[in-house]
Design a protein around this ligand. Structure first.
Ligand SMILES: Cc1ncc(COP(=O)(O)O)c(C=O)c1O
Length: 412
């Protein structure tokens, strides 16, 4: 290796006192940003007036002059279509900038890989999605020497404070969590992290920016799986982080450039189309999920229902403060453990059993055997994932038809 600097950008230094700059198009309302941010039909593609952002499938971008690196230069770090999507996601989350990835899990990996060195740690809780847990419990500790501290009591700010030490580089919260719908106090955990000079990452995949805006509540970075509600119909696998521009460019040029790609043009373009209806969809998902949650909570064969929009949810007050509505996902406990849950799932006629959520069609999954199977039974217990738990992502169908399907499946 010669002496030429290997890394292309300076490493990001978190400064808890720095005021974030307003995100792109901060003066416009949420629905207007969902339609316009990042693209202007007359100005964005000179000489080619297009109402819809174009798909630019080129993977490389010509140099005009020998010494001037074009931007984009190569499809691993940016493409014109992806740049529109990134600006739009930053605008929706109210963050300075955005970096996409080929999945939500890759976005998480690239972020943690950029921020940590062997001996460092990340503070989180067991209320995280399955593949995130696997990165935290095995991949990073065993392969990178980066430990993850799972806080004892994620509902207590003191528990977060106690877990942060001088090698903590990131605090990571998923709220509401998949699949237990645990709600964490973003404002309180942000204050605890910032007091120790550590940035807060909030995974906003389940609520989306249409219902919750973590940066406005004090978070510094937002993690998104595009695969779920942002796409909304299981046609795109993608992810993103939103945060300070210097961090985003650190991850883009010092990690993504070397280990994997931003979201590709066609998937970026599809996501742009689906984002136009995000707030309408989230409103309808939430209305349907509220009805289904109320129905299930009255059902004699259902032991427990987790949904932030139910007054019986332990963090109902907090959820009402942080979120505009309860969202499209809930979980419930069927009687009879794993076998009982299996019977209910196999009885569904309308609801599909498959591994994802946030789709226009209702979809369910059994976390204890499919996504959270690597947690120990004690960890699953702590994470609110008993053997009978079924995750249900409530779709955009007529709520009565979803309830009828649940009714016959629970009776059968
Ligand atoms: C809350 C949450 N965040 C992130 C991810 C990762 O997303 P992807 O499936 O796009 O890797 C998931 C996936 O299930 C998730 O549930």
């Amino acid at each position: 290796m010669n002496d030429k600097p290997f890394f292309m950008r300076d490493a990001w230094q978190f400064d808890p006192d720095r005021e974030p700059a307003p995100g792109p198009d901060a003066g416009l309302g949420f629905n207007t940003r969902a339609l316009h941010a990042g693209f202007h039909p007359l100005r964005s593609v000179p000489d080619f007036r297009s109402f819809v952002p174009p798909i630019v499938p080129s993977m490389t971008y010509p140099y005009e002059q020998f010494e001037q690196i074009p931007d984009p230069v190569y499809g691993r770090t940016r493409t014109p279509t992806t740049a529109v999507l990134e600006e739009r996601l930053a605008a929706l989350e109210g963050g300075e900038a955005c970096l996409s990835a080929s999945s939500g899990s890759q976005a998480l990996f690239n972020l943690v890989f950029t921020l940590t060195r062997p001996g460092d740690n990340v503070v989180t809780s067991l209320n995280i999605y399955g593949e995130g847990y696997k990165q935290a419990a095995a991949i990073f500790p065993e392969r990178c020497g980066v430990d993850f501290h799972f806080v004892e009591d994620p509902g207590e700010t003191a528990s977060w404070e106690a877990a942060i030490d001088d090698r903590t580089k990131l605090v990571w919260v998923e709220t509401p969590s998949n699949p237990a719908l645990f709600v964490t106090d973003i404002h309180a955990v942000a204050a605890a992290a910032h007091a120790k000079g550590v940035p807060l990452l909030v995974d906003n995949t389940t609520a989306t920016a249409a219902l919750q805006q973590p940066i406005s509540l004090g978070a510094n970075i937002v993690l998104l799986s595009i695969t779920k509600f942002l796409c909304g119909n299981a046609t795109v696998l993608g992810g993103a982080i939103v945060g300070p521009e210097a961090l985003i460019e650190d991850v883009r040029w010092n990690t993504t450039e070397f280990v994997g790609a931003v979201l590709q043009p066609f998937e970026s373009w599809l996501t742009l189309q689906f984002l136009e209806t995000l707030s309408l969809r989230m409103q309808r998902h939430s209305e349907n999920a509220q009805k289904v949650a109320e129905y299930l909570s009255e059902h004699p064969r259902v032991e427990r229902v987790n949904y932030p929009g139910l007054e019986t949810h332990p963090q109902y007050e907090l959820a009402s403060r942080q979120m505009r509505a309860g969202g499209g996902m809930l979980s419930f406990v069927a009687p009879g453990g794993i076998e009982g849950a299996g019977r209910v799932v196999d009885n569904f006629k309308l609801i599909t059993h498959a591994v994802t959520f946030g789709t226009s069609r209702s979809i369910c999954m059994h976390p204890a055997t499919i996504t959270h199977e690597h947690m120990t039974p004690a960890e699953r217990e702590k994470a609110g994932i008993p053997d009978g738990l079924i995750r249900l992502s409530v779709g955009l169908e007529d709520a009565g038809d979803i309830i009828k399907d649940l009714d016959q499946a629970l009776r059968g």
